[in-house]
Design a protein around this ligand. Sequence first.
Ligand SMILES: CC(C)(COP(=O)(O)OP(=O)(O)OC[C@H]1O[C@@H](n2cnc3c(N)ncnc32)[C@H](O)[C@@H]1OP(=O)(O)O)[C@@H](O)C(=O)NCCC(=O)NCCS
Length: 135
Amino acid sequence: MALTFEWCGTCTDLELNQLHAEAFATPPTPDAGRNWTDLLNAHSLGWVVARDGDALVGFVNVIWDGLAHAWLQDTMVARRSRGHGIGQRLVAMARDQARDAGCQWLHADYGEHLKAFYEVACGFSPTNAGLFALT
Ligand SMILES: CC(C)(COP(=O)(O)OP(=O)(O)OC[C@H]1O[C@@H](n2cnc3c(N)ncnc32)[C@H](O)[C@@H]1OP(=O)(O)O)[C@@H](O)C(=O)NCCC(=O)NCCS
């Protein structure tokens, strides 16, 4: 694999919608119409793009409070490219960039089945967190 990782790399909405639909099994609409370009530019500290040659194989979004806290959102690797350390490298670059931006804490929430990925491979500490369904 000719892998590259780029902070705030360029992606089309089509590429990201396709990767997101594959990673999270989202229905074709309304998620397939997400305008990633506008959302990322308005709400993110940055994001990491992984490509194998020209093909988008991984992505993670880093949103933040503008100060001390940053959060990972939509960590995703194309199914055919999983198990090669791409997810780990996406998260490592996101962590380094958040630190360089002056953040003190990087948050991630995940299901039980991804504890090995986030806590063993990526180094997150388990913590208490809450979730309130608004809809
Ligand atoms: C989670 C995800 C990003 C991991 O990407 P990846 O490139 O396959 O991960 P890595 O190769 O860097 O994995 C590093 C280690 O984490 C662990 N790991 C990775 N994915 C795992 C999974 N699905 N279940 C359990 N452990 C996992 C393994 O220990 C792995 O090391 P190994 O391959 O030597 O066993 C990818 O599976 C994905 O896109 N899943 C669908 C979307 C999703 O659920 N994202 C997370 C939202 S919270």
